[in-house]
Design a protein around this ligand. Structure first.
Ligand code: AHG
Ligand code: MN
Ligand code: MN
Ligand code: MN
Length: 309
């Protein structure tokens, strides 16, 4: 019951973000700030606004012991008696804000261990298998929620006239096969060999070993790409990058990879780093990054076979 109340609170924050996003230039919310986040990215105004909205509403709710966010350097202590921890990417795809394209909020919730102090980051260092609920809200032509509490992944659409997220697709099943892939091909020279070989075979199309043509899509917002994969299948990759072995891949385990892996597995898909299940990665620090390969089950398995070869 308390989890439902927490989710309602979180979604109230997302509705507020949805409203702010839709105001765009009219409210002066587009463009960048002068500050950088701990990831070394210039913060967009909407990154900061969205983070503040979620931080305020979750801190005041009473349900949350602490939060961690892409836009916060450290864990933020909330209510010492709160039973939950919330990790979030307040605004995913924020480079899309200034071009009126897809963006969203990604979140995951775990129980707060009794022993922890509210400002103790180590409580967040749990593998994704401990998640009790995860989801995203996509701020697109409609605002849509994808949510899982561990019993399937379900889609809801925001009814702006009544202000509620209404169930519009129960128990999403990601098609097991696909002919569509998503990867930022400008990084090709930095990919590790299995990814070079796998993508090479997709691009070879009908004439290559796969014997069929593949299409490519890239929204530059994980939330948009994952929504497409949940809706019609596909494989999404942000793989290991040889440039910086200290920083494997771009996407963040707590705020992006884990929640999306949870939703994908609950919808019959797979989510891997290339070397193991994303949800089993034991985090060593809250802002940790991981390689991400997820989507249609059989296609992800095919991709992983290149790692074993
Ligand atoms: P964020 O806006 O939260 O920092 O995340 C951006 C991420 C992710 O949404 C997307 O898949 C990826 O960055 C896009 O990366 P490229 O700039 O390489 O396209
Ligand atoms: Mn960012
Ligand atoms: Mn993001
Ligand atoms: Mn973000």
């Amino acid at each position: 019951m308390e989890l439902i109340l927490l989710l309602r609170t979180l979604l109230a924050g997302c509705k507020e973000i949805s409203f702010r996003v839709s105001q765009g230039a009219l409210a002066g919310v587009l463009g960048s700030t002068l500050s950088e986040n701990v990831q070394g990215e210039t913060q967009k105004k909407l990154d900061v606004i969205s983070n503040q909205i979620l931080k305020d509403i979750l801190s005041e709710s009473g349900y949350v012991k602490a939060i961690s966010s892409e836009e916060e350097d450290d864990v933020v202590a909330c209510n010492p008696n709160g039973n939950y921890l919330v990790s979030f990417d307040p605004l995913d795809g924020s480079s899309n804000t200034d071009i009126n394209s897809l963006i969203g909020t990604i979140f995951s919730i775990t129980h707060a261990p009794q022993w922890m102090d509210a400002d103790d980051p180590s409580a967040f260092l749990q593998p994704g298998t401990q998640i009790v609920a995860a989801g995203y809200v996509l701020y697109g032509p409609s605002a849509m929620l994808a949510l899982s509490t561990g019993r399937g992944t379900h889609l809801y659409t925001l009814d702006k006239t009544h202000g509620g997220f209404l169930l519009t697709q129960k128990d999403v099943q990601v098609p097991k096969q696909t002919s569509e892939f998503a990867i930022n091909a400008s990084n090709q020279r930095h990919w590790e060999d299995p990814v070079q070989n796998y993508i090479g075979d997709l691009i070879a199309g009908e004439d290559g070993p796969r014997g069929k043509d593949f299409n490519m899509r890239w929204v530059a917002a994980m939330v948009g790409d994952i929504h497409r994969v949940l809706s019609r299948g596909g494989i999404f990759m942000y793989p290991f990058d040889k440039r910086n072995p200290e920083m494997p891949g771009k996407l963040r385990l707590l705020y992006e990879a884990n929640p999306m892996a949870f939703l994908m597995e609950q919808a019959g898909g797979l989510a891997s780093t290339g070397h193991g299940r994303i949800l089993e990665v034991m985090p060593t620090e809250i802002h940790q990054r991981v390689p991400v390969i997820l989507g249609s089950k059989e296609e992800v398995e095919t991709c992983l076979s290149y790692y074993k070869a």
